[in-house]
Design a protein around this ligand. Structure first.
Ligand code: SF4
Length: 217
């Protein structure tokens, strides 16, 4: 199958199977989305959505979050994985937003990535979902699926992001990010299985039995 045909078929399949792509992390604005995405590293969205109501009731702006101690934030998010590092990052990034950005979330990848606890994937999610700026957030799950579907031979997440950005038009990146994550959750079973039965691997995938690529985010 030619690459262009495969890309079109992947998009058609995702649009058919995953027509709706709600943003899974509850938030009110760019700041609360940023906080939720930082919290979501190596944790399920469900877990994050359980702690953010109480956290945002205490601090839903950078100014309010910057006034909390790391200990106070930790107490509010302690059921989430990596809570010590995340509470430190949330207070640190809030202070930085107040001092360097007038209490606003910046709109560039570079400025976002200068904030504590914010890597390229988190910055891309915020750009895409809070501001509608084209960005293809690639995590390890999307990285593995892109390889399995023959969309990237990249050895790194960075190379996969470059390949996906080259394959798909910018206006589709945000939607595809969410569609691939939802696809992984719904269709990629936890155990090894036969790719011939997969709605996408059956025409796009490489041979062999698949291992889990279940996405948490
Ligand atoms: S269901 Fe299996 S075969 Fe299909 S994309 Fe997921 S891992 Fe690959």
């Amino acid at each position: 199958m030619k690459l262009a045909e495969k890309l079109a078929r992947i998009r058609e399949t995702l649009d058919r199977l995953i027509p709706d792509v709600p943003i899974p992390l509850e938030h009110e604005d760019p700041f609360t989305l940023l906080v939720a995405v930082v919290l979501s590293a190596q944790t399920t969205d469900k877990k994050v959505n359980e702690v953010t109501p109480a956290l945002f009731a205490r601090a839903d702006t950078p100014e309010k979050m910057a006034r909390l101690s790391v200990r106070e934030v930790h107490d509010l998010i302690r059921t989430v994985g990596l809570a010590p590092a995340k509470s430190k990052a949330l207070v640190g990034l809030s202070k930085q937003l107040v001092v360097e950005h007038g209490g606003r979330v910046p709109r560039t990848l570079e400025q976002l990535m200068e904030l504590p606890g914010v890597g390229r994937k988190t910055a891309s999610v915020v750009l895409s979902q809070a501001f509608g700026v084209p960005a293809f957030a690639v995590d390890t799950h999307i990285h593995r699926l892109a390889q399995r579907w023959g969309l990237s031979s990249g050895k790194s997440v960075e190379q996969t992001e470059r390949d996906l950005r080259r394959h798909f038009p910018p206006e589709s990146w945000g939607r595809l990010h969410l569609q691939i994550i939802y696809f992984g959750r719904r269709y990629c079973p936890a155990r090894g299985h036969d790719p011939a039965e997969c709605p996408i691997c059956s025409f796009a995938g490489r041979r062999g039995r698949a291992r889990s690529v279940k996405a948490s985010r």
